[in-house]
Design a protein around this ligand. Sequence first.
Ligand code: PGA
Length: 235
Amino acid sequence: MRRPLIAANWKMHSAPEGFDADESTFRANSAVDVVVFPTFLQIDLCAKAGLITGAQCGRPEKDGAFTGDVSMSMLKEVGCTYVLCGHSERRTHYRETNTYVEEQVIAALEEGLHPIVCIGETTQERERGQAKEVIMKQVGSIPHGEISIAYEPIWAIGSGESATPEQAEEMQEFIRNILPQDIREQTRILYGGSVNAFNAKDLLKQKNIDGLLIGSAALDPVVFGEIVEEAVSLM
Ligand code: PGA
């Protein structure tokens, strides 16, 4: 059985008001994994407090002339165990391609980091009936290994309009079926995009939704705690 994973992506926000690293709803418990993705500047704080901590991105090269970047090996050194690869905001604002995401995943795996590879289609791609084709290309370039995937339709991210549980499950099942046989059953496929305390449970009930990647709702420790509790209640 796949252990649920609830992930908090703080994006470019400081630690949420009321966040106390030691008394935190962002802490894993016996039933579900909870991972927090703070900015680079707060990784140390979260990791030292014993939270499972990840970075929002990482550069594949070990070091070099890449102004502003941080490598996978550096993330490992500072206490990260997870890293997001190819979040749609990185694909859009930093033009990260499937090939680059593949390089990130390889580097992360080499360092012993657990990559969560983010994939998802735009509104236009969905309307044109190309969603599955886009997903196939994104999944096709993911190296085999111990990874998780986050299906995050771009139209649902930060929009307040989550995919319905049925829409999400259709895509999550599709993704599972195109994963290579050797990693198909053990790979956790998360859903992300406007998850909140009200829709979390119905999403998590779906057969192929093994967890959630949460942006806005993770900026409120109380709401995030409620979502974690929903996940625990389904175990
Ligand atoms: P959201 O963000 O929950 O605010 O939609 C999700 C994400 O971008 O990972």
